[in-house]
Design a binder for this molecule. Structure first.
Ligand SMILES: [Zn+2]
Length: 131
């Protein structure tokens, strides 16, 4: 890795709705929300299913593997970083950061895997690195 400088990430906002999500993150587990009414998975976690508006949703673990759907490298920042949408193998897409990689080699459709990145005073956040 040419550039070892990693951007510090701000602590995420934790609400009652996402408390279990961040508790799991602190243990290195990624959760997504599953609707028991229509069967769809979604992310970012919400109590109400965005597909059928049912409130019958529950936590389910994600494997932490996926592909880059889109990404953007912020090169003008003090420490350059890459924002991306990653489509999890389970289906939902999540907005995230791509870390520990050479930004010049990133490409759409690339396989990535979950790696948690520490934050300033909060739970670690799910980020992704090339698989
Ligand atoms: Zn639903």
């Amino acid at each position: 890795m040419a550039d070892t400088k990693e951007r510090k990430l701000p602590a995420p906002a934790v609400s009652a709705e996402t408390q279990a999500y961040w508790d799991a993150a602190a243990k290195g587990k990624l959760l997504v929300r599953k609707c028991t009414s229509c069967g769809e998975l979604h992310h970012y976690p919400r109590t109400i299913c965005p597909f059928c508006f049912s409130d019958q949703t529950e936590w389910t673990p994600a494997k932490g593997t996926g592909t880059i759907y889109s990404y953007s490298v912020m090169r003008r920042a003090e420490v350059p970083y890459a924002i991306a949408y990653v489509t999890l193998d389970e289906g939902p897409s999540m907005m995230t950061n791509l870390v520990q990689c050479d930004f010049d080699t990133l490409r759409i459709g690339q396989r990535v895997k979950l790696v948690f990145t520490p934050t300033e005073g909060g739970p670690p956040v799910p980020t992704f690195t090339p698989a």
